[in-house]
Write a protein that binds this ligand. Structure first.
Ligand SMILES: C[S@@+](CC[C@H](N)C(=O)[O-])C[C@H]1O[C@@H](n2cnc3c(N)ncnc32)[C@H](O)[C@@H]1O
Length: 427
């Protein structure tokens, strides 16, 4: 059966499905989802590439920053890095190799945990990181924990009866969802990689996520309501139902309500995932790198509807074409992520661009981490171009942003981290 047929069958059995369910199946169906099929969707020859595909310097600069954080934390005997959605493991490899070579005391204290949902990519990680996995420096957590398709039933019975009631904003993220709404958790479900971390909860932790939150399923709202997908005559068609109170409340707090003709995303899962991460952290930091926006930008008319489908580096207009064969992704709502962290006891730093963050880390030694192996002028020229791509506005420098949040770490020392030496805006 093709993924299209599987989705049609599900619609036939349960009725029209939320967009998040469609996105979930397209990306993470265990055999036919975009991330489940193989690892060939990554890299220059695939459907998309990420910073670690450009040059090892991305991981090396972050290794430098992690070492600095470890020192700010008082050089503890143990520290854990938990990487969310490591994909093929290039970033982890670069961080571990560089830490071993340049920051041995930090490396000695480090345990690197990998939370990757796709079984195919977990196989790939085992190959790329064999040495570190065998020595016990790295391990894979949450194997199977986030496979998610198990908690789908409650989606089909809307506890609010579909009533589009607006409820007053409540105090904290913990009380943000009613118990009934909590049971509607979708792919991230009740599991969160933080619940299965490798070391004891009191060991300080750095959670790192590069292009993770943009790959979590979203809901879509228009002025007509919340999107449901029906199947008619072999085609997927949009129908609209009254939005849930939770969706409306999210937009009240962190986003914008769609004008006629607009479609906006409601990234409830990302928000919930961040809230859980922050709530379960005792001491440490979260660093999120992704393309995204803030609420003030949306209010100013930008980033209102960012869902994209990609295939072989080309944007495709229709998310219903070739389910499972194209990437579906939505820009990250940084206001929501930052608020979820703060509402759960973390202190979030003002948002930075990737350019500011990497310049802050690399400037002091003129990006020596990038050029270490260059012997010939041509090699230097090539690496210079790759570095430019990571840092300049024409490349990934301005479209990617970095959110840093900390819990139980001296705020002054956090603010003095080299990656935070430039600040773009207050959220
Ligand atoms: C866009 S890719 C980014 C991969 C990698 N971070 C990079 O920069 O190359 C998103 C990754 O997140 C993984 N992922 C998505 N949801 C997840 C979850 N709930 N738990 C763990 N991994 C997840 C996907 O399987 C995929 O490997």
């Amino acid at each position: 059966m093709s993924l299209r047929q599987i989705i049609e069958q599900e619609i036939g059995e349960h009725g029209p499905i939320p967009f998040s369910r469609y996105m979930e199946l397209c990306l993470y169906h265990p055999e036919l989802g975009f991330y489940s099929r193989n690892a060939e969707q990554f890299g220059k020859a695939g459907d998309f590439y990420t910073s670690s595909d450009v040059n090892a310097v991305f991981g090396r600069l972050l290794a430098r920053q992690f070492d600095e954080i470890w020192r700010v934390l008082g050089s503890p005997d143990q520290i854990e890095i938990l990487e969310l959605g490591p994909g093929r493991g290039l970033f982890a490899q670069d961080v571990l190799d560089w830490s071993e070579k340049k920051f041995p005391p930090f490396f000695h204290a480090l345990h690197y945990s990998l939370a990757e949902r796709s079984p195919k990519l977990r196989d790939r990680l085992r190959g790329v990181l064999t040495r570190f996995l065998e020595s016990g420096t790295a391990s894979s957590v949450s194997e199977g924990a986030n496979e998610g398709l198990q908690v789908r039933k409650p989606w089909f019975s809307d506890p609010s009866g579909g009533a589009a009631t607006r409820r007053p904003a409540r105090e904290t993220a913990n009380s943000f969802y009613s118990p009934a709404e909590k049971t509607r958790a979708t792919s991230v479900g009740p599991n969160n990689a933080m619940d299965e971390r490798a070391l004891a909860p009191e060991v300080p932790i750095i959670v790192f996520a590069n292009e993770f939150f943009d790959a979590l399923p979203v809901e879509i709202l228009s002025a007509q309501g919340a999107l449901r997908i029906a199947a008619e005559g072999g085609r997927f068609v949009d129908i609209w139902v009254p939005p849930s109170g939770e969706e409306l409340e999210f937009l009240d707090r962190y986003g914008v309500h769609p004008e006629p003709g607009e479609r906006v995303e409601v990234p409830l899962l990302a928000h919930r995932y961040m809230a859980r991460l922050a709530a379960s952290m005792r001491k440490g930091m979260i660093i999120v790198v992704d393309y995204g926006y803030t609420r003030p930008e949306q209010l100013a008319g930008r980033h209102r509807g960012t869902l994209m489908a990609y295939r072989q580096h080309s944007a495709a207009a229709n998310p219903y074409t070739a389910p499972g064969e194209q990437d579906l992704t939505a820009h990250v709502n940084f206001t929501a992520l930052s608020s979820a962290a703060e509402e759960n006891g973390m202190r979030a730093q003002p948002l930075l661009t990737q350019s500011q963050f990497l310049m802050g880390i690399g400037e002091a030694n003129q990006f020596a981490d990038a050029f270490e192996e260059c012997r010939l002028p041509q090699e230097r020229a090539k690496v210079t171009l790759q570095l430019k791509h990571l840092v300049t506005p024409a490349g990934m420098g301005e479209s990617f942003h970095v959110l840093v949040a900390a819990k139980d770490v001296d705020p002054e020392q956090v603010a003095n981290l080299s990656g935070l030496s430039f600040v773009k805006s207050r959220l």
